[in-house]
Design a protein around this ligand. Sequence first.
Ligand code: SF4
Length: 379
Amino acid sequence: MKNPSYCIVTFGCAANEADSERIASLYQNRGFIQVSDANQADELIINTCMIRESAENRVYGLINNLKKDRQKGRKIRIVVTGCMVGLMVKDKSGKLMRAFRQKMPEVDEFLPIEEVGFSIAPIRSGYKNALVPISNGCNNYCSYCVVPYTRGAEISRPYKEILNECRELIKKGYTEITLIGQNVNSYGADFFIKKGKESAKQEVTYVKHLGKYRIPTLFPQLLKEISGLKGLEKVDFISSNPWDFSEDLIRVIADNQIITRTIHLPLQSGDNDVLKKMNRWYTREEYLDLISKLKTQIPKVSISTDIIVGFCGESDEQFENTVKLCKIVGFSKAYISIYSDRPATQAHKIFKDDIPFVVKKYRWNILEKMINKPNLKHK
Ligand code: SF4
């Protein structure tokens, strides 16, 4: 009898890509064979992203096409996993579960990513560069972001487990490692807080950095140890947050040549009032100060970023502040998003998504041309 086949369609970030590599392993262990063409698969796994409405709509579009295939007689099992399922299972009221089931009645299984876990060995899509998850989830609750509700609170992987995975990868011939997590530089902070024990919380020493009280994290140490492993040529990490970008971390990067010289540091807005509404507790001045430290201490560093345009109530003047900040920094690349209202978030509950789409698109174009396509200005 022929083995059944599966195909994984992945939306979203590197964390989803890494999750898909472990899902692939789950299917191979069950005797399935991977195919790259979704039209040839007996089972299609859709790893979803909810960061923007457009990503969510692409999932509905795909499922709608599969529904049409089924009407023409195709037999296919549809499995949905990733952020949508994360949000559904964490909603204790069951409302979202019912809403998603109603929206996607064709889906045969909703697979929570927690059921796949970290312990399963991934089937890697690359042969030189490997993605190594070091943490999952986020505790920062930026007001526009659905991730803390889809992936839950931040949980760091055990230190030794990460190091062992890196050593195994080197033995297999991998020379480049990308450490991934929603906030890699918060790595290990959760080890110091035992859930539910207030007394344990008090034993922790907090430091104030860019407006937030933070627990000094283990990321600088982990990065230093990994970059010291023999056989590695490059160590990258994504994504980091401004709050936990400590002096220690800058020093570790500066001292280790194999660590990336392209630092991704999400800005989101260059205006202090917008940043506050976004619940991002740094000011434009503090962000610029951090950039200046990076540029001074790490020769040839380049900085990429994430920016949201058209956040609730963003005025022309506030947007101009973002433009001005971008000019000062000179980002090498920016992932610019048009703000879209996401369920469950604080912005969804408190603010009005009141910037017309044409204005959002206009602002997006300005930044896109300025940062990502500067040559277009001269055409
Ligand atoms: S730091 Fe903010 S934007 Fe990033 S995942 Fe957490 S809540 Fe979302």
